[in-house]
Design a protein. Structure first.
Length: 472
């Protein structure tokens, strides 16, 4: 019979698989390096972080820092928590994991499924802030009796775990032919540990770090980004900067798009950081092909895919979330509102914006709607002109009909008495996506603004007509 004594015995030994389809971007297959993906999502907890959970716990037990009945407290983006939670479940420890609130709801739910407690902290605060998840975890570890914080960012068992397992696996699986190691970087433990081992075997192996825009690891200015589990706003002690030969910096939009491509084209359900790592591998492959020509085909790339996509269903694989965060390309992603307005006005003889006046008779305003074939107008309190500052309301064909049908005398009142709220303003240079975000709710139209003047009114029908003509 073949079986493992516990789930912990199944950590590591993840396979390599060739990437065949996303590599088509590189051109001729005959001229490409062999690009192999190491599938860390096949670990029991679903990520590369399974490798470090047990070693950090056992080291703490040996040093007397973690005793029976103790509590494990760790700041985590989720995956390290999963690795620790698996080991803690078998060893009987209580777990409290502190996470930034940008992490997916699936990651939080998985940690709770193991019986762990989850504490959420704001994402957009500096690491030294008392609200940061680093600071909160440190405070809990200090105040709870019997608590131990593995601290993956400074615990060298993180790096050593990959030196003992990940590096040797890659060397053995490629029969020593690996020439390039590519990994997205967070704590730096994976890339540092694996690189230390591989460089002992072959000092010529080239190591490529993949980093989000907004991470300081690759030299960028620290700022918020949406990729989870990688990139940092400080330099962890588990990261050895000497191992990285070249950094490739990846935007959120590109990382998320590539992760979805890996899933749909390679059949590998990928997490966000997989997109980052694969893009870095492709970028390095292009560079090698440009420099080495046909000799590039002799190279063997191993790119570490840190986790799978099951933890990102509510984000990476949710089209609405992707659109709301500007990550999913849409029809209007590159089309400006003023371009739509220009095409809409072509061959039409009417003012740029038809404006009603607060002192105008409702019946006269209705006549304007009919004359120009429009369904709503902004309302200005200025007797003349249509400056944005004077827009105080709006009227619409639908609202006027509802009121006039019940009370025909309304047509003799002033527009100021019956007008509705002003239409939302949007810059004329903005994309159609921004107009769509407003119009997809209950807003019937938006006023495009150029400087201090309205540049036009965009309605739902305008967008529909644009889409219809684009398809034809």
């Amino acid at each position: 019979m073949q079986y493992a004594e516990s789930i912990l015995d199944l950590v590591g030994g993840t396979p390599l698989v060739r990437l065949n389809r996303v590599t088509r971007d590189l051109g001729s297959t005959a001229d490409q390096p062999l690009i192999l993906a190491k599938l860390e999502m096949l670990n029991p907890g679903g990520s590369v972080k399974d490798r470090i959970g047990l070693p950090m716990i056992e080291a703490a037990e040996r040093d007397g820092m973690l005793k029976p009945g103790g509590t494990i407290i760790e700041p985590t983006s989720g995956n390290t928590g999963h690795g620790l939670a698996i080991a803690a479940a078998l060893k009987g420890y209580r777990c409290i994991f502190v996470m930034a609130d940008k992490q997916s709801s699936e990651k939080q739910a998985i940690l709770r499924a193991y019986g762990a407690e989850v504490v959420l902290c704001p994402t957009n605060v500096p690491p030294e802030s008392p609200e940061s998840y680093y600071s909160v975890a440190a405070r809990l570890a200090r105040d709870i009796p019997g608590a131990f914080k593995p601290d993956q960012y400074w615990n060298l068992e993180n790096t050593l775990a990959h030196e003992r397992t990940t590096g040797p696996e890659i060397w053995e699986q490629t029969e020593g032919r690996v020439t390039h190691l590519v990994a997205s970087v967070g704590t730096g433990g994976t890339i540092s540990g694996a690189a230390h081992y591989l460089r002992e075997k072959n000092a010529e192996i080239r190591v490529i770090g993949a980093d989000p825009e907004g991470s300081v690891l690759s030299g960028d200015t620290a700022r918020p980004y949406l990729q989870e589990g990688i990139g940092e706003d400080f330099f962890p002690g588990t990261y050895d900067p000497a191992v990285v030969d070249r950094w490739v910096r990846i935007s959120d939009r590109d990382a998320f798009a590539m992760a979805r491509r890996v899933t749909r084209e390679e059949g590998i359900l990928a997490g966000e950081s997989t997109g980052t790592a694969v893009l870095a591998a492709l970028d390095e492959a292009r560079l090698l092909m440009a420099e080495a020509g046909r000799r590039a085909a002799e190279a063997v790339f191993v790119v570490i895919l840190p986790d799978g996509g099951k933890s990102y269903m509510s984000k990476l694989y949710n089209d609405e979330w992707m659109r709301a965060n500007g990550l999913l390309a849409t029809t209007g992603a590159v089309v400006r509102i003023d371009e739509l307005l220009e095409g809409h006005r072509h061959g039409v003889d009417r003012p740029v914006v038809v404006v009603a006046r607060t002192t105008q008779r409702v019946g006269d305003a209705i006549a304007l709607l009919q004359e120009y074939g429009i369904s709503q107008m902004p309302v200005s309190e200025d007797a003349e002109g249509d400056a944005v500052a004077g827009l105080v309301g709006s009227i619409s064909e639908k609202a006027l009909l509802d009121r006039a049908y019940r009370d025909p005398s309304i047509v003799d009142r002033t527009v100021g008495e019956v007008m509705e709220s002003p239409l939302p303003l949007v810059d004329a240079s903005a994309t159609l996506d921004e107009a769509f975000a407003l119009l997809s709710g209950g807003t019937p139209a938006v006023v495009a603004v150029a400087g201090e003047q309205p540049a036009g009114v965009v309605t739902k029908l305008d967008l529909l007509e644009y889409l219809s003509h684009r398809r034809s």
